[in-house]
Design a binder for this molecule. Sequence first.
Ligand SMILES: [Zn+2]
Length: 114
Amino acid sequence: MHELSLAMSVREIVEDAAKQNGAKKVNEVNIIVGEFSSVSSDALEFAMDVAKKGSVFEEAKINIKTTKTILLCSQCNQETAMKDYIFKCGACESASVKIVSGDRMYVDSIDIEN
Ligand SMILES: [Zn+2]
């Protein structure tokens, strides 16, 4: 389960950010999980419960949002959401596409109290 090591890096990121901003308390941690990032949001949620123990954000609400994979087409230049994990432009059906978002998991924002 690689979600636990991801959760531990989220912990580092949140603790650093809290320290840098002089936070007394962290109310919310917002995490984005791209559907193509190979991260299971259920497993990550569970791992975050473990990772936040004893941290500055032990009491914080963890919000995990899943985002779609967005493909950019080099034929028609449109961005469309990937369907059924098939690399094909949703507008012109060209296969000349690349992922522009949805392939990563990251901390989007944290809500702190000073
Ligand atoms: Zn296209």
